[in-house]
Write a protein that binds this ligand. Structure first.
Ligand code: 3PG
Length: 306
């Protein structure tokens, strides 16, 4: 019998778990939920006999791959797969997939929610300001960026985007104005919202050269990955641009220092929670389960990333 391990340090919502169980029951697969585990050693132990895995931000290291003797497919229930060592998986013929778009509305809603929270002075009772009429620059116009644009327009924001990988016409069709360079967008917007993946090209790419272009008092919003930020240079910006704000769903390594020095100008969620909604968990969880069955039963490789 095919064995699926659903390894999630951060468990799926109950409703998602029920639906995933239903899908595997119907397919006649054996499955187990391995949630809230404490370390990589426990994961290495748990994967030994798995044919397939569903994960979230769980780290699939070469050691995990080596331990998983029967593994044929890993599906990252979510968008970013920077937590999976693709080289090690590919070398063993293991297919890696993601579930693009399934949790993007949840992430987009959080981005706007954090913006409101910041503009209303962390709900401290003092007069803040509104999003209406402000300029929002979306850095990378994928599934999340597109949802951010839709919601921001509801707030009455002026929406811009920079994405060299998406045709200008596609973005413009959403009523979003395209900047040809990131620099121009950073220089012109009141908010910049990051939706780039973390990869060799983007790690530490949000640096002083770019952030120093931002307007006085502008806000950087990060619901993507902390690794894309050049943290030392971010600190320099906090010092130089006196009203610069940074709000993020993925706290920086130097969180304590930033919170201590610039309490009013930053906000970090206690735990990454962009995709932490029942809806996102259900969408991504169901997609992941169906993709595993589709691959193992019928060889379907849509959403394969390696
Ligand atoms: C993603 O890449 O899909 C998001 O960052 C969600 O990550 P999570 O599943 O760990 O919440």
């Amino acid at each position: 019998m095919t064995k699926v391990l659903i390894a999630t340090v951060k468990p799926f919502a109950k409703a998602a778990v029920e639906q995933i169980k239903g899908i595997f029951d119907e397919a006649g697969y054996e499955f187990s939920f391995f949630e809230k585990y404490n370390n990589q050693d426990e994961l290495i132990e748990a994967v030994q006999d798995a044919d397939a895995m569903i994960i979230r931000s769980d780290k699939i290291t070469p050691e995990v791959i080596a331990a998983a003797k029967n593994l044929k497919i890993v599906v990252r229930a979510g968008a970013g797969y920077d937590n999976v060592n693709l080289e090690a998986a590919t070398a063993k013929g293991i297919v890696v997939m993601n579930t693009p778009g399934q949790n993007s509305n949840a992430v987009a809603e959080l981005a706007l929610g954090m913006m409101v929270y910041q503009m209303r002075n962390h709900f401290n009772g003092t007069p803040g300001s509104e999003l209406k009429g402000k300029k929002l620059g979306i850095h990378a116009y994928g599934n999340v960026g597109k949802n951010v644009a839709r919601i921001a327009k509801g707030f009455g924001m002026e929406v811009f985007a920079f994405d060299p990988f998406v045709p200008k016409e596609t973005i413009e069709a959403d009523g979003v104005t395209v900047f040809d360079t990131a620099e121009e967008m950073y220089a012109n917007c009141d908010f910049v919202s990051l939706h780039i993946p973390a990869n060799k090209q983007t790690i530490q790419s949000i640096n002083f050269a770019l952030l120093s272009k931002m307007k006085k008092g502008a806000t950087l919003v990060n619901t993507a990955r902390k690794e894309v930020i050049h943290e030392d240079e971010l600190l320099k910006i906090f010092e130089e641009n006196q009203d610069f704000c940074y709000i993020s769903d993925i706290a920086p390594d130097n969180r304590a220092l930033i919170e201590d020095k610039y309490a009013d100008r930053c906000f970090f969620t206690p735990k990454k929670m962009g995709a932490q909604t029942a809806e996102a968990n259900i969408n991504a969880g169901i997609a992941a389960a169906n993709q595993i069955i589709g691959y193992l039963n019928d060889g379907i490789t849509t959403f394969k990333v390696n």
